[in-house]
Design a protein around this ligand. Sequence first.
Ligand code: GLA
Length: 394
Amino acid sequence: MRKGIGRGAATLVLLAGLPMVGSALDNGLAKTPPMGWNSWNKYACNGLNEKVVRETADAMASNGMKEAGYAFVVIDDCWQTSRDAEGNIIADKEKFPSGIKALAGYIHSKGLKFGIYTDVGTRTCAGRPGSAGHEYQDARQYAEWGVDYVKEDWCNTLPGQNAESSYTLFRNALAASGRPIVFSICEWGSNKPWLWAGPVGNLWRATDDIQDCWDCKKPRGGNGVVEILDLMDPIYSYSGPGHWNDPDMLEVGNGGMTTEEDRTHFSMWALFSAPLLVGTDVVNMSKETKEILLNKDVIAIDQDPLGQQGRRVKKDGDLEVWSKQLADGGRAVVLLNRGATPATIEANWTDIGYPASISATVRDLWTGKETSGQKGSYSAQVPSHGVAMVTVRP
Ligand code: GLA
């Protein structure tokens, strides 16, 4: 070793060029959780087509969603049919007669961004061609089409296939395409992606597919909203700007839950700093659904620049208190009633990381009611399967 530079300094210089395990993917994207719309929860395979996507983009650009921050329009499984002789991916010509590049251009002309879906394996979950063996070719094609967001699924992979290296391959392919593209990892939490995906993807599914129901764990997979809450809580520390735990796309507005339950679902996703991918028909959504999805105060909690994932700080049977620190030092707090009857739930200042002695302004984000000079704790009557969601600011 040359004189003048010690072993420690040399190691530091070397390490400075390497991504740190657990740090965010260095593509500068998704500093706040991505917001947008995805076709799957409402339209699945058979309902997806160009007309639906164009009408969705039209609605998002004119109904307040774009202004509220919903930027991405993502087509999920079933846009693709086959590959040509050179291996280029071919879109379904009947369902997407203008082609994907024209669709991306249309979405961009509305001031929105365009996302697409593929799979690590040979086939997608719906049996369409996956990206195995075509990673660089597909990434180059997506960039040429103007894709801004890629979701990569995990169906039809090989037994024992290494998820970290498979997703790293696609990350590298996207980086080589030269276009900034948000990378959404979708292996359903099977390989504990929170432990390795920080430097690989901007978001990763932490759980199996969401079902449009409150409490409906299925023996063969899928989770209702409350099962997802319990799966997300222990992994709160792995989420942050550029690298998010993803509890799956929203079911708000799809009819399987009451308005109260939809409001709870949305509030908890915001408390999680979760990606907010609307999964309903936004052209014909009800007034109630629109009021939930466009609540700017709740969206601001999701998009808070500190990017902390909220966690459960108190549990008394079905009554829970969840809290999240905000960039300005305030707290977002959710009083959650999982039980069958209305109940009063109390959050003490000491539960949310404040001394009992302070006095604070409490603002209810669903009713708009503000109380100043609140001392020691806050409590509210919460309906069955409902929440009170507030900010607490000393
Ligand atoms: C998996 C994913 C879903 C959706 C479907 C498409 O189940 O987890 O989000 O993309 O595949 O087939």
